[in-house]
Design a protein. Structure first.
Length: 307
């Protein structure tokens, strides 16, 4: 049976993808959202700095987003894994699902997000999102005034320490080896009471699933222990899917997709929204990004139809 032609295929059902679908549904577009059900923030107990929904569990937030789409009969959501995205000869796109089926659309929005490359330190993966945190704007309030650590070196360590002082003055930089800091920088840290541990980290201990800093201690190779309630980190990231590279989209030096102000990538007809296209990664930012991309997609379709 011939598959229907959607106006827009959206790969990724997080805040960016669902927000774009909402805009396009209200614009009377036929939209398909394909979601594998693996949100990046799933380990977190709550999503914060979300207008009218501060503190909502991430999966609950996505459920609300899906419910908002119910009135729009042009929007379809499928829980399915996309294994490939192909540009067709007519300029449209096909999404290939794990079961081998292909779904066609005139335009494509990638909203598949990013993943951190976590170092091989025992406990890092288990505490990710609860005791090991990436964003003070997302999690800082919950660990305010508690003993905190930051995993960083060099200029970034100084920059990150200055930011975290907004939430706690009990800070220790853990560089997991040489900190790459000069004497002037070390004196500055001492002046502000910021500790520095350059020993190799072998293990993080705590209670995964905690809400207010589930980390308890950092264990170093020499056997010493540093009690801390949370470890803030900023690790290199990778695309959650290979589709942008396969389609030939230009990537930035941070491995994100290069887009214009409307979310248009370097490949005509392909848009990107959310964490995979923006350095500032938050639920609200991703949602706004999806809204902008949805408006741009509809505008492009309207102009094509008005020739």
């Amino acid at each position: 049976m011939e598959q229907p032609l959607y106006h827009v295929l959206i790969v990724g059902g997080g805040p960016a993808g669902l927000s774009a679908a909402l805009v396009l549904g209200r614009a009377r577009r036929r939209v398909l959202v394909l979601d594998s059900g693996q949100p990046r923030n799933a380990p977190s107990s709550a999503a914060h700095s979300v207008f009218t929904r501060d503190g909502t569990p991430p999966r609950e937030l996505l459920r609300f987003g899906r419910e908002d789409l119910r009135p729009y009969d042009g929007v379809e959501i499928r829980d399915a894994e996309v294994t490939d995205v192909v540009r067709e000869e007519d300029g449209g796109f096909s999404a290939v699902l794990a079961d081998g089926s292909r779904l066609r659309g005139r335009k494509l929005l990638l909203a598949t997000g990013m993943r951190e490359k976590l170092p091989a330190i025992e406990g890092m993966q288990e505490l990710w999102g609860t005791g090991v945190l990436h964003c003070p704007y997302c999690h800082g309030w919950e660990v305010r005034d508690l003993p905190l650590a930051l995993y960083a070196r060099g200029d970034f360590a100084m920059h990150f320490a200055a930011i975290l002082r907004g939430w706690s003055h009990d800070l220790v930089i853990c560089s997991n080896g040489p900190a790459d800091l000069g004497e002037e920088e070390r004196q500055k840290l001492a002046r502000y009471g910021i500790g520095l541990r350059e020993e190799v980290i072998v293990r993080l201990e705590g209670h995964p699933g905690g809400e207010d800093g589930s980390l308890e201690r950092i264990v170093f190779a020499d056997g010493s222990v540093l009690p801390r309630r949370a470890l803030f980190v900023r690790f290199p990231q990778r695309q959650c899917s290979p589709f942008a590279e396969r389609l030939g989209c230009t990537l930035t030096d941070r491995h994100q997709i290069e887009v214009d102000d409307n979310g248009q990538t370097s490949v005509p007809g392909v848009y990107a929204a959310g964490d995979l296209a923006r350095p500032m990664q938050q639920v609200m930012v991703a949602a706004v990004d999806g809204t902008v991309a949805g408006m741009a997609l509809n505008y492009g379709l309207l102009m094509e139809e008005f020739t």
